[in-house]
Design a protein around this ligand. Structure first.
Ligand SMILES: Cc1ncc(COP(=O)(O)O)c(C=O)c1O
Length: 479
């Protein structure tokens, strides 16, 4: 058998001869060029043909025998009979298994803004990284590492590190008025993981979940990937505004809401709406998933009471995150669960995910217990208020009396409404070309809901940068 082509040029410099010979032999076998049962020359003879050391050939043969591509017997070495020569299968023959994701996965393909957009002025949801308390956090991390034992190197305890669950329960009780104990808290990898767990543990395949319209796109993705039917429910000035048809024709199993600061419109759900939603959900046998987004950064006064805890035995699970109060890369958040389901939920979650980050969890517990967390939130609230005031003033100056803003009661963004003859998508595209991270409000909405405006994040936009950013925004708006 002529095998001199095995080491024909090109011979890449970086690949040692024995590896190259092995790779080319393997490719020839998998592609069918060397058919099943073909006898290969003895190692000495192939070495002579190729002008290489015999050991080089022996290495390649032994490796391929170990992998099952070659068989060595008393007569020598031959090509193994593989189930099919996978590389030889003609593409388009219809015989190959489709190399495709699930149909559901298409839900995750849409709406992903570019990662770099996070650093741009007006990118929504980005905290002020410059004001992060690096020293205090580093000290907590160092202490956590110093005191770490083998337990912190394994999977995290069910529900999360006990010290963090206890610190959070105390924090939520004193700051958010939720009478919860540590056993009701499940530490998650942020809200996204919490939503995924809710979708999989509180609903079944094909169940309906209500999503706010306009609403948080990443939540829709989590729900669709879990096999739920997403039904969009409109939002008005008082928050989620379901009508009779929604309850009757699209009976929900889950209802996802952001009542403290509706994302993205920034509206706050009224108390009558909160009470009515709890009552109707209870009657329908639905779970409310309360994403208490942005409740920490109120402009003035305390946040309105959470749905969780408004009523005894309310069918509400409460989700919170450290992504905005600390930093999103930390990937820590939490669910607060009603006592009736806490144990079962936490056990199921532990089986579904296997949690980790024991060290970060301990550091965070320490950070909260030492009072750094509350101090940081207080500082940031003042800072974000200043950012917002500066942004409002600059927008007023640039756009004059026609300017319509909403959503400033809390959080890290404002909505600037646009007249119908200025489509937000086109404005956002022009703004992107000018280096701005604004998002079109309509991108968060599904028909028949129509909205036209810009979501302007100001978390990471300090007062010094506001004027320049608004000047660029004006250029994008006024073509
Ligand atoms: C409405 C809403 N909830 C929660 C989050 C935080 O998600 P995570 O905790 O997964 O970072 C975001 C982030 O932008 C958000 O917009």
């Amino acid at each position: 058998m002529e095998l001199d082509w095995l080491l024909a040029p090109p011979l890449p410099e970086a690949v040692p001869r024995q590896r190259l010979l092995y790779l080319r032999l393997r490719e020839a076998i998998l592609s069918g060029r060397l058919p099943a049962d073909a006898r290969l020359p003895a190692s000495r003879s192939l070495a002579v043909t190729l002008g290489i050391a015999r050991n080089t050939v022996l290495f390649a043969y032994e490796q391929l025998v170990a992998e099952g591509c070659l068989v060595a017997d008393r007569q020598g070495t031959r090509v193994a009979a593989l189930p099919a020569a996978p590389l030889a299968m003609p593409t388009g023959s219809g015989l190959e298994a489709p190399l495709a994701l699930s149909v559901r996965a298409a839900a995750a393909r849409q709406h992903e803004p570019a990662r770099d957009a996070e650093a741009l002025p007006f990118s929504p949801g980005v905290p002020d990284f410059g004001a992060f308390p690096f020293r205090a956090w580093r000290a907590c991390l160092e202490r956590a590492w110093r005191d770490a034992g083998w337990r912190q190197l394994g999977y995290a305890a069910h529900g999360g590190d006990p010290s963090l669950r206890a610190a959070l329960a105390a924090h939520l009780t004193s700051v958010r008025g939720l009478a919860v104990d540590a056993a009701q808290i499940l530490i998650t990898s942020g809200t996204q993981a919490a939503l995924d767990l809710c979708a999989r543990l509180l609903a079944d395949d094909g169940d309906t979940v209500w999503a706010e319209n306009p609403g948080y796109l990443a939540a829709r993705v989590a729900f669709r990937l879990a096999g739920l039917q997403v039904h969009d429910v409109a939002v008005d000035e008082e928050g989620l505004a379901p009508v009779a048809n929604d309850w009757q024709r699209h009976r929900p199993r889950l209802i996802m809401v952001t009542p403290s600061h509706q994302y993205p419109t920034g509206r706050v759900m009224s108390l009558p709406r909160r009470l009515a939603l709890i009552e109707r959900a209870r009657a329908a046998g639905a779970w409310i998933v309360e994403d208490d987004y942005d409740s920490e950064f109120r402009r003035a006064g305390p946040a309105p009471p959470a749905l969780f805890g408004l009523h005894a035995d309310a069918p509400v699970v409460y989700a919170g995150t450290f992504s905005k109060t600390l930093y999103p890369g930390l990937r820590l958040g939490y669910l607060v669960l009603p006592r009736a389901i806490a144990d079962d939920f936490i056990h199921a979650a532990a089986r579904a995910t296997r949690a980790g980050q024991g060290i970060e969890q301990r550091a965070l517990a320490d950070f909260i217990a030492r009072g750094h967390y509350t101090t940081h939130i207080r500082r940031m609230r003042a800072r974000y208020n200043a950012h917002q005031a500066a942004l409002r003033a600059a927008l007023q100056q640039a756009f004059g009396p026609g300017l319509e803003l909403s959503g400033g009661e809390a959080g890290l963004h404002l909505v600037m409404w646009l007249p119908d003859d200025l489509p937000d998508v086109a404005v956002a595209e022009r703004a992107a070309q000018l280096g701005l991270g604004v998002r079109a409000l309509s991108a968060y909405a599904r028909p028949p809901v129509r909205c036209n405006g810009l979501v302007l994040g100001y978390g990471n936009l300090d007062e010094g940068a506001v004027e320049g950013a608004v000047a660029r925004l004006k250029r994008a708006v006024e073509v």
